[in-house]
Ligand binder design. Structure first.
Ligand code: GLA
Length: 735
């Protein structure tokens, strides 16, 4: 996979891609190729021609060499490249000019985990470590590249080491730099907000700089940490796609720059805005990992690579291909109005409709009757839960259910015992009143005493042994980011140190409780990223449970994430977020292919819809094993229709879900061209035993049900009448 020529051309090649660069005669790592796998990658022609450009400054005396038009592996600023650099900072002389040159390289047959940060797992992989050095300022930068035998993902990170006698300050410490040759490209990225996460946007790569980033302390729903550069006009099936994401959950930036010569630079890593790291002599600094995917089969090919990789190398292995329990969550059923009796009554109802797990959401701890108090204390409310959580968990389990519980560990309300005792444990800056978000403040997780306290509190509950699931929430963005635990001149390190503290806490908890199913949540999808997914097998994708709203969110998130990592539930109707009325069937269907499925309905809703819920939960339970490890494909997506296909991991069953949003008379007859089937196999439709040929389902398509409007006929397959209807086909492969 990794080969090197005598004159230091490096190739990372597997069956999915080749990534090639060389050490230029000037000693600079110069990028040559990223794209389809090459037969002879060490002998490929560089795109870059050494010719004098009238406008360019030349590099350190060379007449025909300028860094401003040279594709590089890790550019810095100040020696003829004017684009945004991967490395920028202040050196020991007080200026910002660094110049990195090749020193040595090493290849290993493994991949080591990063020390403080989550990272992709090794196994059947090779790692190339290229050491660069700025001889003047004695700054060493190791570029780490890992390639896997079985995955189309390239993993990159950088490690800095100050070998001088004086401090170096890092401001840009990007994880990766990728210089793509001039071409017609588009950018695809996802933006959003609370309850409207993962909206897709596609734009031409503009001249200048385009950045998706976060300065909120979480990776955030505003801009997901993901960008794909697409060959213009790429579709689900065709086109070259170069996609990038990060294994990081804090302030990130993905920076796309189209320079004067129209080459496109992608930088991804910690957001340089408001970041500043003091690297003392002898100290190291490690960036988060950045992942790149190349696909020459469009977006579908890209998603398949991401999905397979996330399942195998990011998600906690204990839950790999493990069917997830169906659940009843108390949040939209009762909000803060929870107590022992109510929870036990809901548990009985949950059991009656065939649900596997009862999840006690917010509201269970001392004084928590609304969102104004008590976060941080984590002891059960003595009035409403007089027997405590372990007792309640035991009771629920005795009914034959699993038990789950909600925490929001990173937060504290000013009205709480914790804040009274430790007012300096929050993120804050001297002399300024901290801003509240949902009446709460953010704890300073950069401090070890804070993460130790949180570990003790959570451990005290989990150690009863009856907790099967934890929903880990985080419901505000950070402000006044400062720490009483750090000196004045390290305050710009707080955001990153917070992440290190959070990851330390998560590592400790998930190591101690490897069988507890952790669900990542931040007001829904405000921190849905590979950093959190390294510890938690699933994410509460969004607070939006109206099916129309949810369809777009799941569809958007599916470009990067497999549905194995998503949780969904049937919420109340009218929906509490947007007021839409919809059927239970469609509410369930919007999350039908998510691994974790359940409901959040009150006793009246449960009673009124008992039979329908029972049959949906029976289906969810029966198909729970199918909904992990399989293949998810987007088949149709327009303003009024969505069609998704899900093929089980052994390919024996294929589900096809069709959604029709607004009804109208005389609609067209639609077909869904199914994908990835065995062209020679017969697929039998469960509902009527009809047989279909695999090739015909793909080439000719499966006729979609018709939206009933006027008269209905017996020989036509209809969807339910009216708006927001949905239909599920289930095919068995007959051989
Ligand atoms: C957030 C979550 C919800 C729920 C509430 C509880 O909004 O996204 O699912 O847990 O917090 O306060």
């Amino acid at each position: 996979m990794i080969t090197v020529s005598e004159d230091n051309v490096f190739s990372l090649t597997n069956k999915y891609f080749s990534y090639v660069f060389r050490v230029s005669p000037e000693g600079i790592p110069e990028h040559i190729h990223y794209g389809g796998a090459l037969r002879d990658p060490l002998n490929v022609t560089a795109h870059h021609l050494r010719t004098q450009r009238e406008v360019a400054s030349t590099f350190q005396g060379g007449k025909f060499f300028s860094l401003s038009d040279t594709p590089q592996e890790y550019p810095s600023f100040g020696t003829s490249d004017y684009r945004f650099p991967a490395l920028h900072g202040r050196n020991s002389d007080g200026n910002t000019v660094f110049s990195l040159h090749y020193k040595k390289h090493k290849i290993t047959k493994e991949k080591k985990p990063l020390k403080d940060l989550p990272s992709t797992r090794g196994g059947a992989c090779e790692t190339l470590i290229v050491t660069l050095v700025d001889p003047l300022h004695k700054l060493e930068v190791e570029l780490h590249y890992t390639i896997y035998e079985e995955f189309g993902v390239l993993v990159r990170s950088a490690k800095f080491r100050n070998k001088s006698e004086t401090e170096i300050q890092l401001q840009h410490a990007f994880s990766t730099a990728l210089d793509l040759p001039a071409s017609d490209y588009e950018i695809m990225h996802f933006h959003g907000t609370w309850s409207r996460e993962f909206n897709e946007e596609r734009i031409d790569v503009p001249k200048g700089r385009f950045v998706v980033d976060s300065a909120r302390g979480t990776s955030s729903a505003a801009h997901a940490p993901f960008v794909a550069i697409l060959e213009k006009g790429s579709t689900e099936d065709a086109g070259r796609v170069y996609a990038t994401t990060l294994v990081y959950s804090g302030n990130f930036a993905i920076n796309i720059e189209k320079g004067e010569f129209e080459d496109v630079r992608v930088l991804a890593g910690i957001n340089p805005f408001n970041f500043h790291w003091r690297l003392k002599p002898g100290k190291k600094f490690c960036t988060p990992e950045a992942l790149h995917v190349y696909s020459d089969t469009g977006l579908r090919g890209m998603s398949r690579i991401w999905h397979d990789f996330i399942r195998e190398k990011i998600s906690p292995p204990n839950f790999k291909n493990k069917a997830r329990p169906t659940y009843l969550n108390t949040w939209e059923a009762a909000y803060f109005d929870v107590n022992e009796d109510k929870v036990l009554a809901l548990a009985d109802k949950a059991k009656n409709v065939g649900v596997d797990m009862l999840v006690l959401d917010d509201g269970w701890f001392e004084g928590r009757k609304d969102d104004t108090s008590s976060l941080g204390d984590w002891v059960a409310d003595t009035e409403r839960f007089p027997n405590g959580i372990p007792w309640l968990a035991g009771k629920v389990k005795a009914k034959g259910l699993k038990f789950g519980i909600w925490f929001e560990p990173e937060m504290v309300n000013p009205k709480s015992m914790l804040f009274e005792k430790h007012p300096d444990w929050i993120l804050h800056v001297p002399g300024r009143e901290p801003s509240l978000g949902r009446n709460q403040l953010t704890l300073d997780l950069s401090r070890k005493e804070v993460t130790d306290y949180l570990f003790r509190k959570i451990d005290a509950i989990l150690s009863c042994g009856d907790i099967d699931y934890v929903k880990w929430d985080m419901n505000r963005n950070m402000t006044e980011v400062g720490s009483a635990g750090l000196s004045r001149n390290r305050q710009r390190e707080v955001s990153h140190r917070y992440m290190i503290g959070l990851y330390r806490l998560l590592r400790k908890l998930t190591q101690k409780y490897p069988n507890v199913l952790f669900e990542n949540c931040a007001s829904g999808g405000n921190r849905f990223d590979l950093g959190m997914l390294s510890f938690m097998p699933q994410t509460w994708t969004s607070d939006m449970c109206d099916p129309v709203g949810r369809l777009d969110i799941v569809n958007g998130a599916s470009y990067l994430f497999p549905l194995d990592v998503m949780a969904a539930y049937v919420g109340p109707s009218p929906n509490h977020q947007n007021g839409r009325v919809s059927s239970i069937q469609t509410r369930f269907m919007a999350g039908v292919f998510c691994a974790a499925r359940g409901m959040s309905l009150n006793e009246t809703d449960l009673a009124d819809n008992h039979n329908e819920l029972k049959s949906l939960m029976a289906f969810a339970k029966e198909s729970a094993d199918d909904m992990v490890g399989g293949r998810f494909d987007r088949v149709i997506k327009n303003q009024n229709e969505v069609c998704w296909q899900y093929t089980t991991r052994d390919s024996s069953k294929v589900y096809l879900a069709y959604f029709h949003i607004l009804s109208a008379p005389n609609l067209p007859f639609r077909r869904a061209h199914m994908v990835g089937l065995d062209p020679n196999a017969i697929y039998v439709l469960e509902e009527d035993g009809a047989s279909y040929q695999g090739d015909a389902l793909m080439q000719n398509g499966m006729p979609m049900p018709y939206v009933a409007t006027g008269q209905v006929r017996d020989d036509v397959r209809y969807m339910s009448k009216g708006d927001f209807s949905s239909y599920l086909f289930v095919f068995e492969k007959a051989g």
